[in-house]
Every structure is written in structure tokens, then in C-alpha cells.
Design a protein around this ligand. Sequence first.
Ligand SMILES: Cc1cc2nc3c(=O)[nH]c(=O)nc-3n(C[C@H](O)[C@H](O)[C@H](O)COP(=O)(O)OP(=O)(O)OC[C@H]3O[C@@H](n4cnc5c(N)ncnc54)[C@H](O)[C@@H]3O)c2cc1C
Length: 459
Amino acid sequence: MSDLINKIRTELGDKAVLTNEQIGEKHLADWSGETADAKPDAVIRPANTNELSVVLKLCHEAGQAVAVQGGMSGLSGGAIPDHNELALSLERMSGIEEIDAEAMTMTVLSGTPLQTIQEAAEAADLNFPLDLGARGSCTIGGNVSTNAGGNQVIRFGMTRALILGLEAVLADGTVVSSLNKMLKNNAGYDLKQLFIGTEGTLGVVTRIVLRLYPKLSSRCTALCALDTLADVIKFLRLTGSTSGGTLSSYEVMWANYYDYVIERVSHLQSPFDQSYPFYVLMELEGSDQEQDSARFQNLLESALDSTLIKDAAIAQSEKETAAFWQIRDGVGEILPGFAPCANFDISVPISLMEAFLTKADLILQEQFPDIRILTFGHIGDSNVHYIASTGKKEDKEKIYDIIYELTGEHQGSVSAEHGIGKIKRPYLQHSRNDAEIKLMRQLKNSLDPKGILNPNRVI
Ligand SMILES: Cc1cc2nc3c(=O)[nH]c(=O)nc-3n(C[C@H](O)[C@H](O)[C@H](O)COP(=O)(O)OP(=O)(O)OC[C@H]3O[C@@H](n4cnc5c(N)ncnc54)[C@H](O)[C@@H]3O)c2cc1C
């Protein structure tokens, strides 16, 4: 491998190659709780598409596998290098190339942090509506490769819906530039889809044309307390049908999650003076604050009158809005202290969710009497996050087996938004049939015949 590393150094210069003590911890672990067994022989950091193409061409010739790395905020272990892999980091390919206000597009390099993109859109009086708790550390390339979901999927769709064009480098170094800016383009296969949600197994994403939206000038946020999951779903439907298309977030927290973050994260405070079984953080975004606030107030009052919701706190300032969101995003703060844990990102048809969760809790509590479970999710899109910990690493696999099998039985998906990576690879068959998996293999073999891009991930 050292010959190859020397060749890459000669082609790209010293800045592009980190070895030994130059390799920081951030290249060894993502947020899944898994860590590389050892440091890779090198972290390769190309500065642009051409350099990345050179690297992959050399790796392809040498049959050298690489682990593609964005911001390392992933939760499926996909970016963690195995002992025989080089790490291929996009961290030097960061920046915004263009904002086209007329076309409402932004062209970015794939190593750009999501938050930088959100802020640039806002500064241009536009809106890039992808948002998730890891916004400061995840990169847009990682978002594309995992087809990230996040907090506004019910209104704007997943990352896939926000991409108009992209550029990727194939395993043999071929650059496929498909930087389309138009919403309509049916000229042949939509090749960008090969690289969205395929977790770096079919190509390395280098540049992306993002779809922007008009900036929303009004925001109404409330934290509501409810008694049952059936009420949570009824309230979602009511909100959707009476909010004139302005509902942008509907995040649900079960008491097991809500009480735990309030207790553990010192700067968080509940606006309620008693505990409830369910909490909904909802947000409406529109263009007329006065009108939207009045509609919001009416909606909440009628839900309170009919006892569909038991209590509600409306955010009165940006500070209060942020404080409500910190409760939902508090998972990032408690996760390290909750490890070792089995962290699920599943989706289950909303009509089966209650049956699924009741059964899941029951089976786990029977088998592991000391288990702690945290449940929360985006719900409006059938996505529930379920985190279970016995405090023992050796129980994780048994918990995975139980919950993924149950997910399959309830026609759910073993990955709603975080991707399969390495961790969920053994469970893919619970959500995909043999013909689907065979076709995925055919695609992988034809685009990456030597299996050098993120091998042993996904399939
Ligand atoms: C606190 C917290 C909250 C989160 N909330 C959400 C959420 O609400 N919704 C959600 O979907 N996810 C969420 N995540 C998961 C994570 O942030 C996303 O999966 C994110 O999209 C990963 O981006 P990244 O740049 O960190 O990718 P990485 O972790 O570096 O990589 C993830 C995968 O993408 C591949 N990859 C990365 N960059 C590229 C590239 N340029 N080309 C090809 N492949 C690439 C990697 O090989 C790996 O397989 C959360 C994570 C945390 C820690």
C-alpha cells in the first residue's frame, strides 16, 4: 500500500495525504458508537474533482479499497475505515460555487457543511429546507449519499427531492458531471439517482446543484402535550388539513425520551408543570406572521377545547423557539452517555406504529428487565427513532435481531433515513426482497467491478 500512497502524494502533494499521528480521531469513528479497529494507513484529502479522479484511478488500478468520509456524523458505520482501507475524506472540497437566484439553485462542493448552505441561502433571501440536528458537522455530500431526511420532510421531502443535478466520480476515476439546474429534464436516465442514498457504494459525490425555495417570513412554533399515540396521529391530520400547507415540522417525543433529556441536559427546561405520555413539537412556516399566528392560535385552541391535546406552549420569541428545538435535538447530547446502545432509525406504516411499538417494548422488557428505551421521531413521515440500552455492548446484537425482525413483520423499513452502512447490512433482507437485492448487486458490480468503493456496506 505504501507505493500507492507515495504515488498519490507525488500527484497531489503533501497536504492531500495524512499518515500516522497526523490522522485525527475524527477519521476513525462516526456517531454510531462504532470505531475503527486501527488507524488507516492514510487519509487521502483531494482538493477538487480532478484530484479525486486521479486518486480513484490509482486505487482502481491497485485494487485498493477506500472508505469515503464526509462530516462523520453518520449513524450506520459506513464511513469508518476497515483495517485494509484508505480513508478518502472530502473535507478539503468545501465551498459554495454559485447561487442562481433566478433559477433558485445553489451549486456546492460536497464537503460543505449543511449549516453553511442553510446560512448562504438565508443570506440570499432564499431557503434551503433540509435540516437535521447534525447540521453543523454533517456535509451535503453525506446528506446526498444517505438521502438524509430530517425535520421538514413532511413539507419538502427528503434530500433526494432537493437535488437537481450532481457530479460524481466513479470507482475507476471517470467523472460523471450531471449538473442539471432544471426542474424538468427527462432526457434519458436520471443518473443522479445512482448516487443519492447509495451511501458512497456507486460513486463519490463531488458537486451538487441544490433546489432552493422562497424564504419563509413567518414561523409559529408550539410544544403540545397529548395522551395517546392515536391522538398524536389525529392531531397531525387535523393540523395538516387546517394549516393551508404551512405545516413544516411535526416531531413527536414519547415521555421516555422527553423526561430523560429534560432530566439529563442541564440547560433544558420543560414548559409544562406536569409530565404527559406524548409531546409534539410542531412548526408552521408561511409568509404572513399576523395571519399565520391567528390561524395557529385558533387551531391550538380548538384542539385544547376538544381535549385532543392536553396542554400547549406557544414559542413567544426566537429564543423560546430555539429552546423547544433543543429538547428535540437533545438526543445529540445524551447519546454518548447512553452508549452502548442499539440505535434504530426505522419506519413503520403509521397505522401499524402503535402495535409495533407496544410489541417491541414488551419483548425487550421481558428479555432485558433493566433495559432503557428512548422513543421519538418525525412521525408525519412514518419515521420513528428507537434507542435501547442495557448498558452492555454484548446485548446490542440480540436487540438488533429482535427489532429488525419485528420491523419486517410490520412491513417497515430497517432504515428510514440514516442508511444501511455496515451495521444494518445483515438486516437488509427484512425490508428488501431477493430480486431487489440481486439488482442492487448487479448495479454495484457494473459500476464498481473491483469493489473498491465502501466495500461491505449496504449489500
Ligand atoms: C445529532 C444527530 C442528528 C441527526 N439527525 C438526522 C436526521 O434527522 N435525519 C437524517 O437523515 N440523519 C440524521 N443524522 C445522521 C447524519 O447526520 C446524516 O446521515 C448525514 O447525512 C451524514 O452526513 P456526513 O457528512 O456526516 O456523512 P458521513 O457520516 O461522513 O458519511 C455517511 C455515509 O455517506 C458516505 N459519504 C459521505 N460523503 C460522501 C460523498 N461525498 N460521496 C459519496 N459518499 C459519501 C459515507 O461513506 C457514509 O457511507 C443525525 C446525526 C446526528 C449525530
